[in-house]
Design a protein around this ligand. Structure first.
Ligand code: NAD
Ligand code: MG
Length: 390
């Protein structure tokens, strides 16, 4: 007997992860059904997706609401707008799983709302755990909700842990490609352009995470994300540069044994694993060819040139609202860099200054996180406007 279709809400369906999730739905029409699609600005793509997948509801940013509503009026699809609507659609009875792929702090509230309604989460939006990991993981535990990682490194760790849940993790290694500026020095980084920073060697992703990969802040965010997902201390998490992006991460157990998960870099694999866990579904994804990769190499990260990793360790160690401040300052600094307002090296500098400036709160509530996010954004904005220099 075929199991019933999983009805999925895709938050951020027009993004890189959202579109790849829809590719998986297209390849598995008997297993998946789209219940909700959401996007902020890309109305035309959202309309196209809605017509193709016929969800029950879509949510779009306010500026595009009228346009989308008119375009879909002949279809049996509800159209909503606003942050509250995002929180409501994920709670609908007809939603079986929520794929959280909004970028940044903007994804926090809807993910919390989904957990509150007891919906399993396939989590791409790492910022949710960076900002409010304590609150989100406690709520998930209380509601008995599973959070399945979509981030490739965390999916790799999760896959390595299959059958090992009673065995203690000694440490994990998060692999990083090193981004487009691996091996460069601070002087070189001071003059890199937006176009250079947006050229990731191995992955095609949204603009924000691509810049985060170039500064290595992405790995910093992933350290904090891994801490919450797997209950690890900062000293149990090590970053290792692996330029080929074939080994997606590793777990070292107490007997010294290391398990790694590997494959070609393709986000569809971790997305699909999160959606169907614990089952592995047959796929036509390109297979790995050992002859094409005669050597897989590893090196230590250069934390002097890429201070973002250290900032993340510091935020994780001090905890409280500091990771939230780091995240907010980073979002503003990345936006300013993409707007040609600041230089590449100013990104971690803005983050560090904000971490030192914003008031520390040891055990923040959700309103505290929201206030810290706002305060850090304001501080970061004033720094980027002043064009601070290193
Ligand atoms: P993206 O920029 O391509 O897409 C972001 C999506 O979020 C879009 O659909 C956009 O409409 C929506 N969105 C943006 N701002 C919003 C707002 N204020 N309110 C509501 N919706 C909003 O980003 P992406 O690369 O798909 O990444 C999404 C998330 O997944 C990020 O948290 C990223 O760190 C994580 N992630 C991405 C990859 C990847 O390969 N792209 C890998 C690992 C993790
Ligand atoms: Mg990742």
């Amino acid at each position: 007997m075929t199991p019933p279709k999983k009805r999925i809400a895709i938050l951020g369906s027009t993004g890189s992860i959202g579109q790849q999730t829809l590719d998986i739905v297209r390849a598995n029409p008997d297993r998946l059904q789209v219940e909700v699609l959401t996007a902020q600005n890309n109305a035309d793509l959202l309309i196209e997706q809605a017509i193709a997948f016929e969800p029950n509801a879509v949510v779009v940013g306010e500026e595009k609401y009228k346009y989308v509503k008119e375009a879909l009026q002949k279809h049996d699809i509800k159209v909503f707008t606003g942050a509250d609507a995002l929180c409501q659609v994920v709670q609908m009875e007809t939603v079986d799983i929520v794929l959280a792929a909004i970028v940044g702090f903007a994804g926090l509230r809807s993910t919390i709302a989904a957990i509150e309604a007891g919906k399993p989460i396939a989590l791409a939006n790492k910022e949710t755990l960076v900002v409010a990991g304590a609150l989100v993981t406690a709520l998930a535990k209380e509601k008995g909700v599973n959070i399945y990682p979509v981030d490739s490194e965390h999916s790799a760790i999760f896959q390595c842990l299959a059958g090992e849940f009673h065995n203690k993790i000694e440490k994990i290694y998060l692999t990083a490609s090193g981004g487009p500026f691996r091996g460069k020095d601070t002087k070189f980084l001071s003059s890199v352009t937006k176009a250079e920073a947006l050229k990731h060697p191995n992955w095609s992703m949204g603009a924000k995470i691509t810049i985060d990969s170039a500064t290595m802040m992405n790995k910093g965010l992933e350290i904090i994300e891994a801490g919450w997902l797997f209950g690890l201390k900062p000293e149990q998490i090590e970053v290792i540069i692996h330029p080929q992006s074939i080994i997606h991460s590793l777990v070292q157990f107490e007997d010294g044994s290391i398990k790694a998960q590997m494959g070609l870099p393709d986000m569809k694999l971790p997305i699909q694993y999160a959606l169907f866990y614990p089952q592995r579904i047959a796929s036509t994804f390109k297979r790995f060819d050992f002859a094409a990769y005669p050597s897989l190499t590893f090196e230590k990260p250069d934390m002097q040139t890429f201070p973002a990793i250290q900032l993340a360790y510091e935020a994780m160690k001090k905890g409280g609202n500091l990771p939230c401040v780091l995240n907010a300052a980073n979002e503003i600094a990345v936006g300013a860099f993409l707007n040609d307002e600041i230089r590449f090296n100013d990104i971690p500098a803005v983050v560090e200054k904000c971490m030192n400036k914003v008031n520390y709160i040891a055990t923040p509530s959700l309103p505290d996180y929201i206030a810290s996010d706002t305060e850090a954004r304001k501080e970061a904005q004033s720094l980027t406007k002043k064009k601070i220099s290193l």
